[in-house]
Design a protein around this ligand. Structure first.
Ligand code: IPD
Ligand code: CA
Ligand code: CA
Ligand code: CA
Length: 254
């Protein structure tokens, strides 16, 4: 059952990639959502409509949470729930035409089951889950090295860096350096593959869901930094990190 569903969802991700590449050749529209640096394009909306409609055919009794409003009003995690980010890193998509992703996750009764992050321009689909392992296209990933904070390049999202909620200067002083990519999906891929020791961010459900499945499957820490546990249905201040970096960071911020 899980293998069949996984195959259908992988196919869907490749179809969404093709669709995205085709639309990038057209003059798509860009609109502001809440402010100048919060954008949405007709490609985000078209992708989401396409993915949500396909999910309803693949798994008719499921519920869908998706960023641009084509999904369901979901208040319970009972049964299968899909979580969709049709373009993650819309600012990069508009301004760089690279460093963006398409993300999809499947949770069952609140438990992470399947995750998909499509790095569109590099033609790489990161996929898997606890029952399947984690893969990049056809290559299985092994757990990254358990780097310490001192030995790590780390990534802290723009919004958290601007806030004074946590003593991030201290965290930064103890790390090898800071790198920012502007797409939660691309950032989490970098943690999965050991190029970053941590990603610290304030993430909405669709920013976190897929990366969480893949990171936890590889034995990485995915943890709220201000709540006892992660909430799949709302935003979280979240740390995705090696076990050692998580220990080092919690010792500094608490
Ligand atoms: C955003 C990106 C960005 C992160 C923001 C997200 P979007 O997603 O992942 O890197 O810092 O918190 O909202 O809106 O481009 O899908
Ligand atoms: Ca957005
Ligand atoms: Ca996103
Ligand atoms: Ca998005």
């Amino acid at each position: 059952m899980m293998e069949k569903l996984d195959k259908n969802l992988q196919d869907l991700m490749w179809q969404a990639r093709e669709r995205t590449l085709r639309q990038m050749q057209t003059s798509f529209e860009v609109d502001q959502k809440t402010q100048f640096n919060d954008l949405v394009t007709t490609v985000d909306k078209d992708n989401e409509r396409f993915i949500d409609q396909a999910l309803k055919k693949i798994d008719p009794t499921s519920q869908i949470i998706s960023e641009e409003g084509f999904g369901d009003q979901v208040s319970s995690l009972k049964g299968r729930v899909y979580i969709v980010d049709p373009i993650d890193g819309t600012l990069n998509f508009v301004k760089q035409k690279t460093n963006f992703a398409i993300m999809l996750a499947c949770y069952e009764d609140g438990q992470p089951k399947l995750g998909y992050i499509m790095d569109v321009m590099n033609k790489r689909l990161y996929h898997g889950g606890p029952e399947l392992g984690v893969w990049c296209n056809d290559t299985q990933l092994t757990a990254p090295q358990n780097l310490s904070l001192r030995d790590s390049l780390i990534d802290i999202n723009h919004g958290i860096l601007l806030s004074s909620k946590y003593d991030l200067q201290t965290v930064l002083k103890h790390a090898s350096g800071l790198r920012l990519y502007g797409s939660a999906g691309i950032e989490m891929i970098n943690v999965l593959e050991g190029r970053l020791g941590m990603y610290l961010s304030y993430l909405k459900p669709w920013d976190l869901a897929a990366g969480r499945v893949l990171a936890e499957t590889l034995g990485l820490v995915v943890k709220s930094i201000d709540k006892p546990s992660l909430d799949v249905l709302s935003s979280n201040f979240v740390l995705v990190a090696t076990k050692q970096v998580a220990t080092d960071v919690f010792a500094l911020v608490n």
